[in-house]
Design a protein around this ligand. Sequence first.
Ligand code: BGC
Length: 289
Amino acid sequence: MPKPLSFEGLHKTCRDTSKPYLHTKDVHRTEVPDEKVPWSASFPDYKPKDYTDPKSKGKDWADPDIDDSDFHPKWNSIDGKIDRKSHIGEYDIVDGRPQNPLGRTGLKGRGTLGKWGPNHAADPIVTRWKRDDNDKKVTSEASGKPILQFVAILRGDVKQWAIPGGMVDPGEAVSATLRREFSEEAANSIKKTPEQRKELEKSIETLFQHGTEVYKGYVDDPRNTDNSWMETVAVNFHDENDSTVGGLELEAGDDASDVHWKDIASEMELYASHVSMLKTVGELHNAHW
Ligand code: BGC
């Protein structure tokens, strides 16, 4: 089995200064040169904007303002139902705020994320082999290896293809998030009749019994700030013989606006760090990349 990848190098997506911060017109990140990303590098002129999406304030999924006198978060711990632990170790609290463990991003505050510190997501990578009309595996001419396909959704927010992942709800087990997000986004379970939903749940239940974790850690997500960041657990569920969801009718739902089985190949362009997660999945099955 290939080594699960870890986030290496510098974050790039969450330092992008070419466009304003998500859902804003005039919130710009401060430019952070590569060598100034680590907090250990001296950067006395670093005075990034402090931005927390006003629309998130008071929402049940969002933390209060950091200096709210009634807000007493237990950093680096399970805080009631909220998991404030990072997958990558203890993070520092500087001037009362959690500090992005991967360094500077050019923006302070909570941005559009819900939690100060780590925000946890889960990504189900559902795969099958690409087959021809005679059910034979299709092989790539370039690599001579069979082509793997995964269930991809078109994210409604950023209009980019992605793994149908989502946020772990407070108190929810990651295994439940993986199943729920896949059912909601790729099989539109919310809109199914109770009978259809039962059938669907049976297929998903069977497939999701055996998963292989391919990534656990920090994600270079466009929403990240100096004080709030995304982390995920990505798990591969492989349907070797099309016996569970391999033959399932996909239907986009919830936050997804389209869904299909996408060939896994190095030239794919996907959301956040999803390409590197799929590379690990390709290696795991010795598939074309
Ligand atoms: C997405 C996941 C993604 C994570 C980190 C979540 O909102 O649903 O697919 O891996 O953010 O970028």
